[in-house]
Ligand binder design. Structure first.
Ligand code: BGC
Length: 945
């Protein structure tokens, strides 16, 4: 293997007492495993990364991380806050099991059946023929994972052997194949968003999926389009594509089409409202319940749901529901969200899988529309107790989960498999293990049942020149040139523009420029060291290699005329300052990192603590700017917005490059731009404010619980990022969509043509097809018994029951509203919603000319302002709308002097608002303003429609 870390990642804590164990962890077992996990986390640098599978579940608030003083202080504060909140009635409610306050999410039952749309009809026909032959336990196998680390992938289902349906391998993540060797670590979502390049988005998706297929994966757990970026310091903002629903939506659409072009099932995640990591998940933060994201209906539709609608429109075959609650009902048990919005209104035909342990109930989540429980474990990690598995079998046998609901869950999975053509694949099984880098390992790593080691890693090399080239190209086009005074960039390799001497001196400064302790130094990339190329958590990969900026830049300078020196510490010592004075050019690096909630780095628990550059990055850049003898180029790698006020206006800081999270080709991509081998063509996928306050009162992460179930009210509604800056008239440091090029473009001659007349409402919802129907009788309980002589693995999740006596009939307390009949949404009718929403109403044309002397790329951005004084037709209520919203964009390349006509269209949905009264998209009367330009604040052309 070419990875730089040890091959041995897992040294199991294994109970070899025999197979008769009941599968439960004794207290001692728990302690042993817990200690093991702590040792690993506290191990010396370079210690083997063992117990990979344990680490993500023993990382609750009190888990064994390095306990810094401030961490202990935060824990104390949290505990105090929790205790006070829990006090009195809260404590009583908890003790009496009434911890969850009455949800405010309306009920929506029953789950709409899949198979109602013509675009999936062939697959559903095939699925019906298979599903009708399956036994109850085979069906349950398909709906429930086998348990964390019980098979080779991060999520695995067991097969329906009699009918030839395979077990599926589900693997992270959004930027490369997690826990696998010889794969590409592509740039992260935020970098992809910054390219504003649809073609590259699709190509990256396809290249990623091609590798997944070679590794034996069926379902990729990406792309991520939630979080959207409501909280700029949110730990996982970098996994998505930027803080605007249209940018996220386009990137999600293209990525999904790319992934699914290779036959791999894509997963749109996380539905919905997982905007911060603190309190995202039960027990992870020391409190029993996850937070509730309280989102109003219009905000949900116009902002957070938009990219999911685009994903469904792209044909996505899987959606992952998120950890936290939405309007006080867990997302994975929220019937309004899954049944009403996703499956009815958006016409989603694939399957909903839970985030890992996001399922918190058994029957309730089945009724609410969950189709697949991942990773199969129930309320806690690897205790062998699923909320489904044998429990789902029992729920069907005792009549609480209706047979048609189970059939629909299964049919949705099998139809997805056919829809992607996976039935044509032969011997498609994972050839890598998520749990060890060694060739030999256990097939069921998380089980304590004694096993022999077998070959689990076949080291299939999935990388090729094309994937590397795509990774490099995306990383390069994802670099945003914020500032370029005196046209300091691009540099010539001989640095002929700088200084007067024949030999030139360049200093490259900052830890972020160098390799650090190697790219895989911290598990799941959970620390900030060396150059920053990805954030941390399940969205990270094991690097096959990482080209650091220093090596790539050094290699690009002409060594016959340029001397490059470097200082890879974030300190401007007095000797460094002296050396700086002699330089003809300084390139200085800073960064900011964050990641997923189960890991933290120093005092940072997943979400960032602030928007500052980390490791005193701003001070370093300011010092270098003060002491460098020549001009300064600042390079920033970041998971999201950072505050650059300390140095942005310093006269010596001539250029600032925002290189986002570039993945493995980091240095090469940076050198491509710095030396002008390609144009600087990235654009900001979010606004760069001057302070966190600029982003509005809703922007800060909720770091301490404010209730027994922490409540996060999305009170700012649709006014997130530039919509907030615009409304409040705040001058950003750099606006959403901003980015310079090495050439200049002129955008002129706006024409606006009506393609379809205005009308308030979309056409009536088209009629669907009949979904598959099956025998609805409850099968005999005997059919679900463990087969004779069956040998169980401890902790493994099975669909079988041990005795028919386990089936206890009774009356199940169906949720309120279970018997209300719902009219199909008028906004539905096809994948992504009513097809009439996607009809083009307006054509917009502009002419773009490259006025400079270099070939370059321009992003043409189209924004819409809805008419003034919109009122809700039925109630007369005034509808407040943003100053403008991005509605379309394209990126074009032009040679010097070249001119091109650019055509963009606007759909009905682009010109509508979501009416909470009509529960439909309404195109308001009046004049729409259409503006075209090169950023949200540079819109030179305006017209009306
Ligand atoms: C993350 C998901 C991921 C899953 C499987 C969860 O912790 O939230 O995004 O797909 O783990 O690794």
């Amino acid at each position: 293997m070419s990875t730089t870390h040890s091959n041995v990642r897992y040294d199991p804590v294994r109970n070899t007492a025999g197979d008769q164990d009941d599968g439960d962890l004794s207290d001692d077992d728990v302690k042993a495993q817990s200690d093991q996990s702590h040792d690993t986390l506290l191990g010396p640098p370079g210690s083997t990364q063992s117990t990979r599978y344990l680490n993500s579940f023993y990382t609750g608030l009190f888990a064994g991380h390095r306990l810094s003083r401030s961490y202990i202080a935060s824990c104390f504060l949290i505990v105090t806050a929790v205790v006070s909140v829990i006090g009195g009635s809260g404590y009583w409610a908890w003790k009496t099991g009434q911890s969850q306050i009455e949800g405010q999410s309306p009920p929506w039952y029953p789950t709409p059946l899949g198979g109602t749309l013509s675009s999936w009809q062939v697959s559903y026909d095939k699925a019906r023929k298979l599903v009708e032959r399956m036994t109850l336990t085979e069906k349950v196998n398909i709906t429930t994972g086998t348990g964390w680390a019980q098979d080779l992938c991060v999520g695995n289902t067991a097969p329906a052997t009699n009918v030839g349906f395979p077990g599926l391998c589900l693997q992270d993540g959004p930027l490369g194949i997690r826990f696998a060797d010889h794969i590409t670590s592509f740039p992260a979502g935020i970098t992809v968003g910054a390219t504003w390049n649809r073609d590259l988005m699709r190509k990256r998706g396809a290249a990623h999926a091609r590798q997944a297929k070679l590794k034996g994966v069926h379902v990729l757990l990406g792309p991520a389009m939630g979080p959207l970026g409501r909280n700029p310091a949110g730990g996982r903002v970098w996994e998505g594509f930027g803080s605007d629903p249209v940018l996220q939506g386009v990137a999600a659409y293209e990525t999904i089409q790319g992934i699914q072009s290779q036959g791999i099932i894509a997963t749109a995640k996380h539905l919905i409202g997982n905007e911060q990591e603190h309190f995202r998940k039960s027990f992870e933060w020391g409190i029993p319940e996850a937070l509730s994201s309280n989102i109003d209906d219009r905000t949900l539709h116009e902002l957070y749901l938009w990219p999911f609608a685009e994903s469904v429109r792209a044909g996505v075959a899987s959606v992952m529901c998120s950890y936290q609650m939405v309007n006080n009902s867990y997302a994975c048990a929220n019937s309004k969200l899954m049944n009403g919005i996703l499956k009815d209104e958006l016409g989603f035909q694939g399957f909903v899988q839970s985030d890992w342990l996001a399922q918190r109930s058994g029957v309730a989540s089945a009724l609410a529309g969950l189709d697949v429980s991942m990773p199969g474990d129930g309320l806690h990690w690897i205790d062998g107790k699923s909320l489904w598995g044998n429990e789902l079998t029992l729920s069907v046998l005792n009549g609480s989960v209706p047979v048609p609901r189970l059939n629909d869950m299964v049919t949705r999975v099998v139809a997805a498999w056919y829809q992607l053509g996976q039935d044509a694949w032969e011997h498609h099984i994972p050839n890598f293990s998520s749990w060890t880098d060694d060739e030999y390992g256990y097939l069921h790593e998380g089980s304590s049942t004694k096993q022999e080691k077998v070959i689990v890693n076949k080291f299939v090399d999935t990388e090729n020149d094309e994937s590397r080239e795509i990774a490099r190209h995306v990383a390069a086009e994802g670099i945003v040139l914020l500032k370029n005074d005196d046209d300091i960039l691009p540099l010539s390799p001989s640095l002929k523009q700088q200084g007067t001497q024949n030999r030139k001196k360049v200093a490259i400064i900052g830890e972020d420029a160098g390799p650090g302790n190697g790219p895989n130094h911290c598990e799941d990339r959970g620390c900030n060291q060396g150059t920053l190329a990805v954030g941390w958590g399940s969205g990270a990969t094991e690097f096959t290699y990482l080209v650091d900026p220093l090596s790539a830049l050094k290699a690009s300078f002409d060594s016959s005329t340029v001397d490059v020196t470097s200082s890879l510490a974030n300190k401007a010592s007095s000797s460094l300052r002296k050396q700086l004075a002699e330089q003809d050019l300084c390139i200085v690096f800073g960064n900011a990192d964050s990641g997923e909630g189960y890991r933290f780095w120093e005092t940072q628990r997943a979400d960032r603590n602030d928007l500052e550059l980390q490791k005193r990055g701003s001070a370093l850049i300011s010092n270098v700017a003060e002491f460098c003898g020549g001009p300064v180029v600042a390079v920033i790698h970041s998971v999201g917005p950072v505050i650059i006020e300390k140095f942005v206006d310093m006269p010596s800081v001539k250029a600032i490059l925002f290189a986002n999270l570039p993945g493995q080709e980091s240095g090469n991509a940076l050198a491509d731009v710095i030396f002008g081998r390609i144009d600087a063509s990235g654009r900001l996928p979010y606004t760069l404010g001057k302070s966190l306050d600029d982003y509005g009162p809703g922007a800060p992460v909720l770091y301490y619980p404010n209730a027994f179930i922490p409540q996060v009210d999305f009170k700012e509604g649709i006014y997130v990022d530039y919509r907030h800056f615009d409304r409040e008239g705040i001058e950003p440091r750099y606006p959403f969509g901003h980015g310079l090029s090495f050439t200049t473009f002129d955008i002129s001659d706006l024409t606006i043509t009506e393609l379809k007349p205005k009308s308030a409402l979309p056409s009536p919802r088209p009629k669907g097809q009949s979904p598959p129907s099956y025998d609805e009788s409850i099968p005999p309980a005997e059919s679900a018994l463990f087969p004779n002589g069956f040998k169980k693995m401890r902790k493994y999740i099975y669909p079988y029951i041990s005795s028919t006596n386990e089936v206890k009939k009774g009356s199940y307390p169906y949720p309120d509203g279970y018997d209300i009949n719902h009219e199909p949404s008028p906004a539905g009718g096809a994948e992504g919603g009513n097809p009439s929403l996607y009809e083009e109403h307006v054509a917009v044309q502009v002419s773009v000319t490259n006025k400079g002397l270099r070939k370059g790329k321009e992003v043409v951005q189209l924004y819409v302002t809805l008419p003034d004084s919109i009122t809700e037709p039925t109630t007369g209520e005034v509808i407040d709308t943003p100053v403008k919203t991005l509605r379309n964009f394209t990126k074009i390349e032009l040679k010097p002097g070249e001119r091109q006509l650019v055509n963009l269209t606007l759909t009905r949905k682009d010109l509508s608002f979501w009416s909470v009264v009509r529960q439909n998209w309404i195109m308001p009367e009046g004049e729409f303003t259409i503006a075209v330009g090169r950023s949200s604040r540079e819109l030179g052309l305006q017209g009306v429609y």
